[in-house]
Design a binder for this molecule. Structure first.
Ligand code: TXA
Ligand code: MG
Length: 318
């Protein structure tokens, strides 16, 4: 059922079942972080490999000490600045945090989501919620209750409807090595804004077989439709003449009769607006039964960087 009633969600969670919950970034598929039964159900339903660890969602920054230990001062400053909000911190875990959540690492990812309904729900629970994005592994993240329903239908008992996600892109993930901050995943907070608090970030290196953060997995966030990323949309459109083409564009429409559908992320060229629209636009194009989607690369600055990163992963060929 799709509902705004958090007492229904609480009832399900107390039975070790799963709900979908709104956050400011994307919808999460959530279960009791202290129940291995619930955690296993998350991996099963998403068809997510067990090596891909989950994020723990807590109700307030002060709960961080229940989840993590040996927290660098830098991390506390970031938490103070950005929580509740789209920042995930990877920290040394407390012993009681399940190995299923952390994929047997000694670190745990944690954040305080910024959504009224979900914060109200967390406040009524005596456990945190662990939640990955509420989509099958590798596919486009959901930014509305309807997206979640389209993926899972009745398989999720309660989808808490909190409207469209305000940010529309996943949280930015920051970890630490010898107290130095590392970017594990580009996200809703631009690197530049994190660096104002944390100092210079280094970027996590990874491989697909042993991903430090599978948000970094090379193919991810992918539509079903064959998708290409380019700096020159007109050129590629010409090359693909005769095909049913959909365009995913930053701010300007393309004049052409060949195009079946065009999505503009932000007419005024605003990155925040573009980020908010990205996944919903990808979902819409993916439902149009196109032969191909051509996506335009954004300028490589601010959230343009995050959007390009997601598009690169969405267009990576197997
Ligand atoms: O915005 C978000 O972060 C959303 C909402 C629902 O909170 N959640 C989300 O979850 O994007 P998910 O599972 O799709 O992505 C979680 C990311 C994965 O890339 C995972 O590898 C990384 O967090 N992660 C979790 N634990 C980690 C750890 N100990 N070290 C490094 N990366 C970790
Ligand atoms: Mg995800």
């Amino acid at each position: 059922m799709i509902t705004k009633d958090i007492s229904k969600a609480k009832e399900i969670l107390l039975k070790d079942e799963l709900i979908a919950m709104p956050t400011e970034t994307v919808y999460g598929l959530a279960g009791n972080a202290y129940s291995d039964i619930a955690i296993k159900k998350i991996f099963d339903l998403k068809n997510r490999p067990l090596y891909n660890p989950l994020i723990v969602h807590i109700k307030a920054a002060s709960s961080i000490f229940d989840i993590a230990s040996e927290i660098p001062e830098n991390a506390l400053m970031l938490a103070d600045k950005f929580w509740p909000g789209p920042l995930t911190l990877v920290l040394k875990k407390q012993n009681h945090i399940s190995d299923l959540i952390t994929a047997e690492k000694n670190t745990v990812a944690v954040r305080v989501p910024n959504h009224r309904l979900t914060l109200a729900l967390l406040d009524q629970l005596d456990f945190p919620l662990t939640a990955p994005s509420a989509n099958p592994f590798g596919s486009i993240s959901p930014t509305s209750a309807e997206h979640v329903f389209n993926y899972f239908g009745q398989k999720i008992d309660v989808i808490l409807d909190g409207g469209e996600c305000e940010k529309g892109l996943e949280s930015t993930i920051i970890g630490f090595e010898n107290n130095k901050p590392i970017l594990h995943r580009h996200g809703s907070i631009a690197m530049e804004d994190i660096e104002k608090i944390s100092g210079k970030l280094s970027i996590s290196t990874h491989s697909d077989t042993s991903p430090i953060s599978p948000g970094m997995l090379s193919r991810h966030y992918a539509p079903q439709t064959d998708t290409y990323l380019t700096n020159d949309v007109s050129k590629l459109t010409n090359l693909l003449k005769g095909k049913k083409i959909g365009l995913l564009l930053f701010k300007n429409k393309v004049q052409s009769d060949e195009i079946v559908s065009q999505e503009i992320l932000s007419k005024s060229g605003n990155y925040t607006e573009a980020a908010k629209n990205l996944y919903a636009a990808m979902h819409r194009l993916d439902q149009k039964k196109l032969d191909v989607i051509i996506a335009e690369r954004l300028p490589d600055e601010n959230l343009g960087k995050t959007i390009n990163d997601k598009l690169e992963r969405a267009t990576k060929k197997h």
